[in-house]
Design a protein around this ligand. Sequence first.
Ligand SMILES: *[C@@H]1O[C@H](CO)[C@@H](O)[C@H](O)[C@H]1NC(C)=O
Ligand SMILES: *[C@@H]1O[C@H](CO)[C@@H](O)[C@H](O)[C@H]1NC(C)=O
Ligand SMILES: *[C@@H]1O[C@H](CO)[C@@H](O)[C@H](O)[C@H]1NC(C)=O
Ligand SMILES: *[C@@H]1O[C@H](CO)[C@@H](O)[C@H](O)[C@H]1NC(C)=O
Ligand SMILES: CC(=O)N[C@H]1CO[C@H](CO)[C@@H](O)[C@@H]1O
Length: 563
Amino acid sequence: MNCAVILLFFLLARQSPACAHANTEDELLQHLRTFLAASPPKTTSTRRYGRLSEADQDTWPSGLLIGAGVSACQAEGAYNLYGKAESILDHPQHMPGFVSPFSTDVAADHYHRFREDLAFAKQMKFTSHRFSISWSRVLPTGGVDNVNQEGVEFYTDYINEIINNGMEPMVTMLHFDQPYTLEKATGGWDSPAMIDKYVDYADFLFKTFGDKVKYWTTLNEPNMYCSYFRIITAENGQVDYSKFYQCIHNIILAHMKSYKLYEKKYRPTQNGMVGISTLMLPPTPETKTQEDQVAAEVFNQVYVGTLIHPIVFGDYPPVVRYLIDKRDADDGLGRQRLPAFTPEEKLILAEGVTDFIALNVYGGCTASYNRNKTAVSAAGILPGPSVEDIPFANINCSADFSKIDSSVMHNALIWMWNEYHVPIIISENGYGDSKHAGVNDAARAAYHSANLLSLVRTMKVYDVKVLAYYAWSLIDLFEFSSGYEGRPFGLVHVDYHNGSLNRTLKDSSKFFIRLHETGRVPFIPEPEPDNVSAGNALFASHEVLALVCGQLLVCGSWFQKHL
Ligand SMILES: *[C@@H]1O[C@H](CO)[C@@H](O)[C@H](O)[C@H]1NC(C)=O
Ligand SMILES: *[C@@H]1O[C@H](CO)[C@@H](O)[C@H](O)[C@H]1NC(C)=O
Ligand SMILES: *[C@@H]1O[C@H](CO)[C@@H](O)[C@H](O)[C@H]1NC(C)=O
Ligand SMILES: *[C@@H]1O[C@H](CO)[C@@H](O)[C@H](O)[C@H]1NC(C)=O
Ligand SMILES: CC(=O)N[C@H]1CO[C@H](CO)[C@@H](O)[C@@H]1O
């Protein structure tokens, strides 16, 4: 089966009058334009050069960190060893009767092999390493009253090993895997009870590891987490998507409080930076018409702005407030799905509560404006439920992780920089090998070459401030949408097939070594398509997801509805 490319096409999601009157349509467009214009004005990047000189266009900017990433729940394994408790991802896999086809109990066994893995990072001449701390390994029940000293020692060794290999540690404080007992006790991110628990955890991490860690990302991809990930971890058959904005809201407040805590209590002595990560799916307007540009801009505001706008400007984007409230009113919901910040919260947020924005960027989308509003919804897993709030926009995202398109990186950087003017970290960017080329991954080298050339040129020509670039991923990992062998992203091959989990550096590592040796981004052409072995794509994303949570009631009903 070859379903590597899933095209997600979003049309009208709910029943509205079949024939909306043309005037109403124009009125909507008018309103959208007005509310978009009510946002703080975008900065326009100053083009420093008409054209970069041949010599300058691919030289590596001084100070730009480079590395690769892993996350605890996708790499570590040792899920119940050395004092670690179950996370919300571990728990469903051990429910009675559930046979997990892709158990993460062992994963890549990174827990036992991290020294070997970090040695590969050093071999590729990386200057930084991104990883996540497992909350349930250091604080098994979530609270600071129950510290697992063995977990603290593990991450102390881990961070020392990064530094001893000449790299700068970049920590993601929560990458989808909060402790299960905490989730049960609080109701998870749908509930405000999580906020102070998270801030205590953040305080604990800053205090324990902050003398050596200078880059902190509070949460990974809340916009993805609050939609799609709760399918995997829901155990009672219920995912309440009307709580999507509540989930984002609580996360924003937890981030804000952690940021302010760091600023007051730790920054004077530790002098690090605190940011948050977002997934971005840069949309290209399908045509040059104003309507399609509105559709693309509104999608960015709903998908990225809902999370980032408040922590830069102090509140949700005006167009998001307008759209969500309007739909709630149209539906007669009687409550606001998009919560309101208090005046005190707005004041704190408006001071700007992030030092950088960490951007996970893989592929792009196309956006067009749909005047007719009569088509059927096929809301899918990429942009999640928020696209149902923009039925007038057709958002078509490719989930092909092996497509090389350098305009995606350029578009993402330009939009983020012009919109927020906050330093950017590319926290994830990677090539998912659905063709199973294994270690002979010429196409992966071409992918990173195209993206890094685009990044370096965009930084220079448009004066965009980027602090670091992390390839996803250092080693082949458990991937949420494709298991272990569906389309691995690693720069280091892990032999899941033989079960030995033996590591082998892939060919693409030479690209990173050459980059270091020459101080320039090597240009690697995309290999001829017919030269790449057309291995059998094992699974399409949604099929794997269906397997991962196959026996949980929720998945059955969700997949029937959405895929
Ligand atoms: C809208 O519907 C009309 C009539 O059904 C059709 O002619 C037109 O092509 C549609 N426009 C779009 C943008 O789909
Ligand atoms: C989505 O975009 C792809 C190209 O990336 C195109 O082939 C496909 O027809 C589009 N789907 C829709 C429904 O417009
Ligand atoms: C894995 O590596 C070990 C140590 O190098 C070696 O002894 C073993 O044969 C390897 N196993 C496989 C299946 O390659
Ligand atoms: C095609 O594959 C052969 C052998 O695998 C290799 O030597 C050659 O460099 C490849 N060509 C391209 C353009 O990647
Ligand atoms: C790296 C390695 O040893 N791979 C082997 C895994 O097993 C298959 C056959 O089962 C061999 O062909 C590979 O060489």
